[in-house]
Design a protein around this ligand. Structure first.
Ligand SMILES: O=C1O[C@H](COP(=O)(O)O)[C@@H](O)[C@H](O)[C@H]1O
Length: 273
């Protein structure tokens, strides 16, 4: 089954709390059924708040972080100490506050750690390949967090750029990113779509139009988030402002909209991945 759902929360605070609680619950479930869990983080503002909320969760005690591997969906190609670096922020907000071995934290290379952007992407592809699942040269992530820009970009897959169309690669360098900084590294759709569960968080009225388009079946070349789908589930956690252009009949505040596939009739669900 592949569920695509929208969960609407009152505001950004409620959204952050809901995603943090769901993540801890899901991670516990995953670790109860398998030895290692692979989790992908992102760099969006609401996600960073979610990382703090996760760190403060009273339910964290039961998690054995030595069995959790952390990856990133994208990274800004800046020096290690640059405040723009997604991994640096995650380290500060969550990873330094939990008992996770640094060898389980797979940050993308920083610009002062490697010769070039191309090499950085290549090195991350090699790192993914060390944890390959089945025939694929990368792990099938258990939980993948994604953010969405007002232009529909997700990870660093931007509308109208070649990276979003790539079907072969696992990691790509990004140049001339429409959103600064201009040089980035990103996972591709191929890798993101092998994730078991995708959790996308959208907050604010500047995300409303793009969420409406993604749910209406826009092409992923124009709205990259429209092309991301977890193998088990894809859940959009959104606040009311971001939900403003989702057709009203598809959502109810505090409830779930769900459809197994585009075009199917939506109906309420009592749980979401
Ligand atoms: O640049 C980026 O933007 C997106 C979305 O960020 P937001 O602050 O508008 O939510 C983020 O998901 C991505 O990881 C990041 O590099």
């Amino acid at each position: 089954m592949n569920d695509r759902r929208v969960v609407v929360l009152d505001d950004a605070d409620a959204l952050v709390a809901a995603v943090a609680a769901r993540f801890v619950e899901l991670l516990s479930e995953v670790l109860a059924g398998q030895e290692i869990a692979h989790v992908v983080l992102e760099g969006g503002r609401v996600h960073l708040r979610t990382l703090s909320a996760i760190a403060e969760s009273p339910e964290l005690e039961g998690i054995d972080w030595s069995r959790v591997h952390i990856w990133w969906g994208d990274e800004r190609f800046v020096p290690h100490d640059d405040a723009e670096r997604n991994a640096g922020k995650a380290q500060q907000l969550l990873l330094n506050r939990i008992d996770i071995p640094q060898s389980n934290v797979h940050a993308m290379p920083a610009s002062d750690e490697i010769q070039s952007l191309d090499e950085a992407a290549e090195r991350y592809a090699q790192e993914l390949a060390r944890f390959s699942t089945g025939d694929d040269p990368f792990p099938h992530f258990d939980i993948t967090f994604l953010g969405v820009g007002p232009d529909g970009h997700t990870a660093s897959l931007f509308p109208g750029k070649d990276e979003v169309l790539d079907k072969e690669s696992t990691v790509l360098p990004v140049r001339n990113s429409p959103k600064p900084p201009p040089e980035r590294i990103t996972l591709t759709r191929r890798v993101l779509n092998a994730s078991r569960r995708v959790i996308a968080s959208l907050s604010g009225d500047d995300k409303a139009a793009v969420l409406g388009l993604a749910l209406a079946g826009a092409s992923y070349a124009e709205v990259p988030i429209a092309g991301v789908k977890g193998r088990l589930s894809t859940t959009f956690y959104v606040d009311e402002a971001a939900a403003a252009q989702v057709p009203e009949e598809l959502i109810a505040p505090g409830a779930y909209w769900t459809a197994s596939d585009a075009g199917e009739e939506p109906g309420p669900e009592d749980s979401a991945d």
